[in-house]
Design a protein around this ligand. Structure first.
Ligand code: RP5
Length: 159
């Protein structure tokens, strides 16, 4: 069973974190949510042996959580900058994405927790044909929804 850790800087980040947790559940990926900045180093250092494949770290303001995770593990770390403070997430975006060379954090959009979950699943799907097939099916559903919306727009505005 594959497992993804969803770590957040504060319980105030939970509404964003839940978007990732929901997608991971849809793919039947085991998820553990944590709010443990004080134990971040210990958590990251033991994440691989704890069975995690990937870590999603969400934080706002001067967001150092994803970087702190990445510095202490060789698992892939996906950072989600959270809005909600005065700079609407721009502070968190720069703090999360601007990592020094050698310690990458794959950073998604501000509050982009859904994409963080999908990216985690895509990383795991490299070695999991079943997961890759589920991703393919979801992508086909998305394409069908776009084509349906396109048809509706065309019909609504045709002369
Ligand atoms: C960050 O500061 C957290 O990730 C959160 O986005 C922001 C505000 O935290 P709280 O004051 O709500 O605990 O560390």
């Amino acid at each position: 069973m594959r497992k993804v850790a969803v770590i957040m800087g504060s319980t105030s980040d939970l509404p964003v974190a839940e978007k990732a947790i929901q997608v991971l559940k849809e793919y039947e990926i085991e998820t553990e949510a944590h709010r443990c900045p004080n134990e971040a180093r210990e958590f990251a250092s033991s994440a691989r042996e704890s069975g995690f494949s990937c870590i999603i770290a969400l934080a706002g303001m001067a967001a150092h959580l994803a970087g702190a995770m990445a510095a202490n593990t060789t698992l892939p770390v996906i950072g989600v900058p959270c809005s909600g403070a005065k700079l609407d997430g721009m502070d968190a975006l720069l703090s999360t994405v601007q990592m020094p060379s050698g310690i990458p954090v794959a950073t998604v959009a501000i509050d982009g927790a859904k994409n963080a979950a999908i990216l985690a699943i895509q990383i795991m799907a490299v070695a999991d044909a079943g997961l890759a097939e589920k991703l393919r099916a979801a992508r086909d559903e998305g394409t069908a929804a776009v084509l349906k919306a396109d048809k509706e727009v065309r019909e609504r505005y045709k002369n």
